[in-house]
Write a protein that binds this ligand. Structure first.
Ligand SMILES: O=C(O)CCC(=O)C(=O)O
Length: 334
């Protein structure tokens, strides 16, 4: 990629125009900040794809929505493959199937109705096609650079809430789960597989939080229970203004791993689907999370993986190295 303008400081009229344009393109429930733009970009790399306004928006807010990026045809293929997995018509090594705590406990629910997400589909060629879609990867490169690894994959199937509010996803930072750095070279691509709004539990973000630090995460104390691995920011202040991202089928949001986000309850009768991949630069490095806020998730992930693979000396780094796949460039570190 060729470098182009490295620094750009628009005046206040310019900043206002940037915000107005983005707000009119993407339906948001709240306001994003209009703070002064940085003179130097840190969260995006020089590239020929993002407009200066898009770069500034991501730098300031920690997310960027690209409309209509994934075709309806591709989304239909991913949906069909998900159904095949639920019906066990295909089995994929390493695939993790997660169930909703409230629905899985109730009787008379067909197996696939309790499935909240499938994770680690790196060895399912059909679903993994999402991670290497050229129109997605070209945006990813603006955040990671040319050596691109797919680190974590999910198809989220938010079920109709069973009355316990367990279909919510607590506010969290994805970096809590990742033992690799630097965080600025990690990005999530999350694509709506249908229209997603407040009724079926859209993504909720707190703009600008990617500029902060990694917070302590725990299981929230929710009366109706909380799904496995759904950690949330400890003592999260519910009064902090948040923005609901209303997205149409195929719209894709790219967001920073420190951005505090979650999703609401699904109040509809349908299963709300989204597909996502976390990418990182292959030049990132693994860190030891001992003695950090990430120790609790390390324990949970390692215990599960050791049981699953029957290997008592498996480490957190091993669990990531097994899943990581090269998308473009060279596998330098990860
Ligand atoms: O799709 C959603 O509901 C949010 C998923 C999410 O934030 C996650 O799994 O980390």
């Amino acid at each position: 990629m060729q470098a182009y303008r490295r620094s750009f400081v628009p005046g206040s009229a310019g900043r206002l125009a940037v915000l107005q344009r983005h707000l009119s393109a993407v339906p948001l429930s709240g306001q994003v900040t209009s703070a002064v733009y940085p003179s130097k970009f840190c969260y995006t790399l020089d590239n020929r794809l993002l407009t200066t306004e898009q770069r500034q928006f991501y730098e300031e807010n920690g997310f960027l929505v690209i409309k209509n990026l994934v075709s309806a045809v591709d989304i239909e293929c991913f949906r069909k493959e998900f159904e095949r997995l639920c019906k066990k018509e295909v089995t994929v090594p390493g695939l993790q199937i997660m169930r909703d705590i409230a629905i899985a406990k109730s009787e008379f629910v067909p197996e696939q109705k309790a499935i909240t997400k499938v994770q680690n589909f790196q060895d399912d060629p059909e679903l993994f096609r999402y991670c290497s879609l050229p129109q997605v990867v070209k945006y990813v490169e603006c955040f990671t650079g040319p050596n691109i690894m797919a680190m974590h994959t999910m198809l989220i199937n938010k079920p109709p809430d069973a009355g316990k509010k367990s279909s919510r996803h607590p506010m969290h930072q994805d970096l809590h789960y990742f033992p690799f750095r630097p965080s600025d070279r990690i990005v999530c691509a999350w694509t709506a597989m249908e229209r997603i709004d407040r009724s079926n539990g859209c993504l909720v973000v707190i703009p600008g939080t990617h500029k902060g630090t990694l917070k302590q995460h725990d299981y929230p104390e929710w009366e109706g229970g909380v799904n496995k691995m759904y950690h949330g920011v400890r003592d999260f202040d519910l009064s902090i203004p948040r923005v609901h991202l209303v997205m149409e089928k195929g719209d894709t949001v790219f967001f920073h791993p420190l951005l505090i986000h979650g999703s609401g309850m699904n109040r509809t009768a349908g299963f709300r689907k989204a597909i996502s991949c976390h990418y990182a630069s292959a030049d990132c490095h693994y860190i030891d999370v001992k003695g950090t806020t990430q120790e609790n998730i390390e324990k949970e992930v390692v215990e599960l993986a050791q049981k699953r693979y029957g290997l008592s000396d498996l480490t957190l780094k091993d669990t990531w190295m097994i899943r990581a796949r090269l998308i473009d460039g060279e596998r330098t570190n990860l």
